[in-house]
Write a protein that binds this ligand. Structure first.
Ligand SMILES: Nc1ncnc2c1ncn2[C@@H]1O[C@H](COP(=O)(O)OP(=O)(O)OP(=O)(O)O)[C@@H](O)[C@H]1O
Length: 285
């Protein structure tokens, strides 16, 4: 599913005296079947932007097109059901996404909500939990008994269980240990192989280099770059400083890859390259 933003402006509290203008004239494209990373300093509007992809937020003006669905200020809530089935979002704070009595029930919620029978939903949930590395012993527990990293995996399973064609992840690696981060990046690449369109917000430039085909850079609510990582990471260092991006680390990584003869244009990275990049071990299964 191709995603296109055209001249999107967004204000929280639009039309009130407290209106806060956050997105300014955002025009961008997230290609079908590719991984788009959104980067930018804290408060640049990344989370606000991605909530437009499934209509949780609607543009104050402009429009978002997701395949043939058009989202504008005037789109009615009941029209959004179809869109929400196609677009799954894993939020920045998984604890806000979880609510059911058990892990399994939580992950079954989306498929049931979109019309699956209980047994179909259970199968889908079990599959998603396995895929995100949640061990069976945790399936009967309350999601609120889990560690931060486990909660994130369960929330991710809840996003995947309804098999959306677009998967949006807001800081999915936050709270995961290095091994968990490696597994998460592998999951992103697996989902891409399945043909999904993936949007990932990340502050970690090494992760961006490892998985992204396309990078959107946000600065103070505006898109200031949208290009391949190869082109982006060849920009002048002063540009990254202005955008307050963590370039030193990204720069070193790009340098290291070049030294080792791994060109950024070769996609996907092998598991060894990936492990090396994020300094951890990844499983070869
Ligand atoms: N529900 C809300 N109501 C009012 N203002 C909000 C709301 N959510 C976010 N904001 C404001 O919008 C701006 C952009 O926030 P947003 O969370 O989209 O940025 P971000 O780039 O995702 O930041 P971070 O990297 O810290 O997650 C910030 O100034 C934030 O305070």
């Amino acid at each position: 599913m191709a995603i296109r933003f055209e001249k999107v402006n967004f204000s929280y509290g639009a039309g009130t005296t407290l209106a806060q203008s956050i997105l300014h004239d955002v025009t961008l494209e997230m290609p079908t079947g590719q991984v788009t990373a959104i980067v930018g300093q804290t408060g640049s509007g990344k989370s606000t932007l991605i909530q437009h992809i499934n209509g949780l937020l609607k543009p104050t003006s402009g429009r978002v097109t997701i395949d043939n669905f058009e989202l504008t200020h005037h789109t009615k809530e009941k029209e959004l059901v179809k869109l929400r089935k196609s677009v799954g979002i894993a939020f920045q704070f998984p604890e806000n996404q979880l609510f059911a009595n058990t892990v399994l029930e939580d992950v079954m919620y989306a498929p049931v909500n979109f019309g699956a029978t209980k047994s179909e939903a259970k199968l889908a949930a079990e599959h998603a939990l396995t895929r995100t590395g949640v061990v069976r012993e945790l399936w009967g527990k309350s999601p609120f008994e889990l560690s931060g990293g486990q909660m994130r995996r369960v929330a991710m399973a809840g996003t995947l269980s309804s098999d959306p064609s677009v998967v949006v992840m807001d800081e999915p690696a936050a709270g995961l240990d290095p091994k968990g981060q490696g597994e998460l990046l592998q999951l992103v690449l697996e989902l891409k192989k399945l043909g999904k369109t993936i949007v990932i917000i990340s502050h970690q430039m090494d992760h961006v280099i490892a998985v992204a085909d396309h990078v959107v850079v946000m600065h103070e609510g505006r898109v200031v770059a949208q290009e391949s990582p190869q082109i982006l990471f060849n920009r002048d260092i002063t540009w990254f400083k202005t955008m307050k991006l963590d370039l030193p680390k990204a720069g070193q990584l790009a340098e290291k890859l070049r030294d080792e003869g791994i060109t950024l244009s070769r996609r996907p990275l092998t598991l060894n390259e990936l492990a090396d990049l994020i300094n951890t071990e990844v499983s070869h299964e």
